[in-house]
Design a protein around this ligand. Structure first.
Ligand code: AMO
Length: 439
């Protein structure tokens, strides 16, 4: 074993090794995926970031010393291999490497807590406990390559439209999305909370002339229920636009979503294939379904949903059977939406809020906001909250606040749509849920 890479340089990744290569000598670095010792010949499968390459060591073709070195290797140890590329129709990718020298960079304990070759399937909890090993599986790390590409695409899309990226505090003094979902913390002598949403800060930015802002950052929700869609720490893609209404930001959102899907489809072909996903780029504009219509639709499917109720899981499921792609739910009752949502001027019982759904999954909510100070105070009181707790926020509405609108898109929920993951935990490296605080 060595800690030195002196004289060694990785020349290729597995997926770049091709039978028709014009430089037949290559150096690969990675983990030992499999080792098969047939006596006179040893096969090693070397796995790296993007693929697997077979290293074939026939005792007749390699030195006795090298043959013994290879024989002593164990699964998941880290090696560098230098050798020549040879066509081999039976090997993965149609090539094999005849090794000339091997460097053992580090060994792996045996037995492994988890099998990265996926021959032995493990429960999600076992996988999350040994997440570093779990992420060696292409079926697992593909999810994060897709999530990364989606976030890249979102940034480029927003930057191209001259959005400004902001960073707002995550240590905060008050709730925005409802008091029961807050994580209290001790902030010196005072009680404070982990931020549920950058809502109040992104709205305050609308009074500054920055006009179009976005933030991609963690949100913290003390959700008690253990579901396949809820996390206690999630990443929210938040957007706020001044001099805009809900229709403007719905157009922005559907174009951003469709563009991200197109981009992932173009750039993550191998990852999507690994996951068995065939992504369709949805047509824009997405269908708009009125909340009242949703109530009728789900009731016609035997779900008992009253006008004014938030969507139950049964209602979402029933909707998912009717709608098979992306769609907006609009015209929500004001009473079930937060205080900052603008009520309809003619019928204040209805609001300018919307949710973006993918089948039975809510992936975003947004709205035109209340930009009028007195109405906002009234709405805060109406929700049983104390306007004094919102003094610094409310001040921004007293000195020239333009009309504005925005939304928050859950990065993990959107990643579920892109990867086909059924459990939101699959889309977070180290998920936080009711029972899990490590690793
Ligand atoms: P909302 O609370 O609906 O709205 O959150 C917006 C989106 O964030 C994601 N999300 C979550 N994802 C996983 N686990 C959770 N516990 C969780 N909570 C939320 C969802 C959801 O659609 N301030 C508003 C947004 C706005 O109006 O701009 C808000 O936070 O995908």
């Amino acid at each position: 074993m060595t800690d030195s890479l002196k004289d060694w340089r990785r020349t290729h990744y597995s997926r770049e090794v091709k039978p028709e290569m014009n430089s037949p000598k290559v150096t690969l670095m990675g983990w030992i995926h499999e080792i098969r010792d047939l006596g006179g010949i040893i096969f090693l499968l070397l796995r790296d970031r993007d693929g697997i390459t077979q290293i074939t060591a026939p005792s007749k073709k390699v030195s006795a010393k090298l043959f013994e070195e290879i024989r002593s290797l164990r699964k998941e140890s880290v090696v560098a291999v230098e050798g020549t590329v040879q066509e081999s129709p039976q090997a993965p990718g149609g090539v094999e490497i005849i090794p000339q020298r091997i460097l053992l960079l580090n060994t792996s304990h045996q037995p492994l807590p988890l099998d990265p070759t996926e021959k032995v399937r493990a429960e999600i909890d076992t996988r999350l406990d040994s997440r570093f090993l779990d992420l060696r599986k292409h079926s697992v790390n593909s999810i994060f390559k897709i999530k990364s590409r989606m976030l890249h695409s979102v940034r480029v899309f927003l930057e191209n439209q001259e959005f400004i990226e902001i960073n707002t505090p995550k240590l905060v003094a008050s709730a925005t999305e409802g008091g029961t979902e807050l994580f209290p913390i001790t902030y010196f002598e005072r009680e404070a909370f982990l931020g549920q949403s950058p809502q109040l800060y992104k709205q305050m930015m609308m009074a500054t002339s920055l006009d179009k802002v976005y933030e991609i950052a963690p949100i913290f929700r003390a959700e008690e229920h253990d579901t396949l869609r809820h996390l206690n720490e999630a990443i929210s893609i938040d957007v706020e636009v001044a001099f805009a209404d809900q229709k403007d930001v719905m157009t922005l959102l559907e174009n951003l979503v469709a563009n991200a899907i197109k981009d992932v489809k173009e750039h993550c072909r191998e990852e999507l294939d690994t996951l068995g996903m065939d992504l369709d780029v949805p047509e824009t504009p997405f269908p708009r379904v009125d909340y009242a219509e949703v109530v009728d639709l789900v009731n016609s499917k035997g779900v008992n949903l009253h006008y004014g109720d938030d969507l139950s899981r049964a209602a979402e499921k029933a909707l998912g059977e009717i709608m098979d792609s992306y769609y907006f739910i609009t015209n929500w009752p004001s009473e079930i939406k937060p205080f900052y949502v603008m009520p309809n001027r003619k019928n204040p019982k209805i609001s300018h809020a919307f949710d973006l759904m993918y089948r039975d999954l809510e992936i975003s909510s947004g709205a035109m906001r209340v930009h009028l100070h007195d109405l906002l105070v009234e709405r805060i009181k109406g929700k049983g909250l104390n306007p004094d707790s919102f003094n610094r926020y409310l001040a921004a509405f007293q000195y020239g606040m333009p009309p504005h609108a925005g939304w928050g898109l859950g990065a993990e929920r959107f990643t579920m749509c892109l990867t086909g993951a059924k459990n939101v935990r699959e889309t977070v490296l180290f998920p936080r849920d009711r029972r899990r605080l490590t690793p």
